[in-house]
Design a protein around this ligand. Structure first.
Ligand SMILES: Cc1cc2nc3c(=O)[nH]c(=O)nc-3n(C[C@H](O)[C@H](O)[C@H](O)COP(=O)(O)OP(=O)(O)OC[C@H]3O[C@@H](n4cnc5c(N)ncnc54)[C@H](O)[C@@H]3O)c2cc1C
Length: 374
């Protein structure tokens, strides 16, 4: 007997990416279930820095530049909708941002990167490379040792935990079904539907979305497809609450809407090790004192580590990897949240990734991909 799908789309993974897609699917009227693991799951969505960051994106994949610009543009609409619909203010601010460079070499490398990104952008791409003096006009708290920065008006920040909560609340209010202890352990394709075995029973769906962050690797194996993401650890230190300090957002130190400072940045290739380490936090703290010397008198109250979900070119993957099975993964799930709700979910509702997004397919990482495209 043919299976009767219980839902049209099953989104696997309830992190920022999965819940954004699931919300967008409900907005499009699609019967959707969101299958997630339990509380102890690894989730980048709970440990990130909360930047809504545009500048510099697309250096390794040109179509990512306009996609990131679009994400910055739709964010205000996302924040407004979430506030009206869920009552939660996700704390969006887009005052512009600076990427600090400690040395002249760092500044030159950043200038080259920004120039490449601007050059490949079809629309005007406004940014400024600023020297130490100009930087301190923009952000007076920055120390004299800092060589300069790239500045762009496109950048901002939000409260990522509230964003996460608001998206989950919106999904449920929109009539979506959330299954929180339903880690998917097996995927089978039967006739035209998918059967999903989970820790909490079975589901059938016409289409599935793999949105499980690092868990996508195992899910891809179920479909015989290798998914090129790997963990990259980042450690973050958090200070006591302070009055609002900075006129702009900095990539390395940001102040949350409740006053604490988050201090990063580290990129550590250590597998699934989620511990913090003294050596890295010490380096982060030293850099922070050079960036903003007044932090010398500020107390750090806690620190944590979380795992980025990184593709080889640090750009998202949007793909239909098997008939009716979509893959959505990215490193910047906060920054891209509006795109995922309002655009990516629509593609899945319509059952196909648009032609102009094909550059984001998983196939770009296969050997000889360029040759085959040519
Ligand atoms: C230190 C750090 C700083 C960051 N800073 C920023 C930033 O400033 N701005 C920004 O835009 N982004 C930032 N990011 C990235 C951002 O956090 C991620 O892009 C985003 O959280 C990814 O969300 P996700 O849903 O893909 O993955 P996750 O949050 O990891 O969620 C994956 C979900 O899938 C579930 N899952 C896994 N396997 C299964 C399974 N088999 N069945 C069902 N469910 C499953 C997990 O339980 C989890 O809920 C940062 C990340 C880190 C680590």
């Amino acid at each position: 007997m043919p299976m009767q799908p219980e839902c049209d789309v099953a989104v696997i993974g309830g992190g920022l990416v999965g819940v954004a897609i699931a919300c967008g699917l409900r907005l499009a009227g699609v019967n959707t279930v969101l299958l997630d693991e339990g509380d102890a799951a690894i989730r980048a969505s709970r440990g990130n820095f909360g930047l809504v960051w545009v500048q510099g994106k697309g250096d390794l994949l040109a179509p990512y530049t306009p996609w990131a610009r679009e994400a910055g543009r739709v964010w205000p609409e996302l924040a407004r909708w979430l506030k009206e619909f869920t009552g939660l203010d996700v704390g969006l601010e887009q005052p512009g941002g600076v990427f600090l460079c400690m040395t002249e070499d760092d500044l030159a490398a950043r200038a080259a990167q920004m120039a490449r990104v601007a050059e490949q952008s079809a629309e005007p791409y406004e940014y400024e490379m600023v020297d130490s003096r100009r930087l301190r006009e923009l952000v007076p708290q920055v120390g004299p040792k800092v060589a300069g920065a790239s500045y762009s008006a496109y950048d901002g920040q939000a409260n990522p935990i509230r964003l996460f909560r608001a998206l989950h609340r919106a999904f449920v209010q929109l009539g979506g079904r959330y299954a929180p202890n339903a880690g998917v352990t097996a995927i089978e394709r039967r006739s035209s539907a998918y059967r999903l075995k989970t820790a909490d029973g079975e589901w059938t769906a016409n289409r599935i979305v793999l949105a499980s962050g690092l868990g996508n690797v195992g899910l891809g194996e179920q479909l015989g497809i290798s998914i090129p993401v790997k963990p990259m650890r980042g450690q973050i230190m958090v200070t006591e609450r302070l009055p609002q300090l900075f006129p702009l957002v900095m990539e390395q130190i940001r102040q949350t809407d409740d006053g604490t400072l988050l201090i990063g940045t580290s990129w550590e290739d250590v597998g699934f090790d989620l511990s913090t380490s003294y050596g890295t936090t010490r380096r982060i703290a030293r850099n922070a004192l050079d960036f903003v010397p007044m932090l010398r008198s500020v107390s750090v109250v806690r620190s944590w580590a979380a795992l980025r979900i990184l593709t080889p070119d640090a750009s998202p993957i949007y793909d239909e990897i098997a008939p009716g099975a979509f893959l959505v993964t990215c490193h910047s799930g906060v920054s891209l949240a509006g795109n995922h709700v309002f655009a990516t979910a629509r593609w899945i509702a319509d059952g196909r990734i648009p032609q102009n997004m094909r550059a984001f397919s998983r196939a770009r990482f296969e050997p000889n991909h360029q040759e085959r495209v040519a």
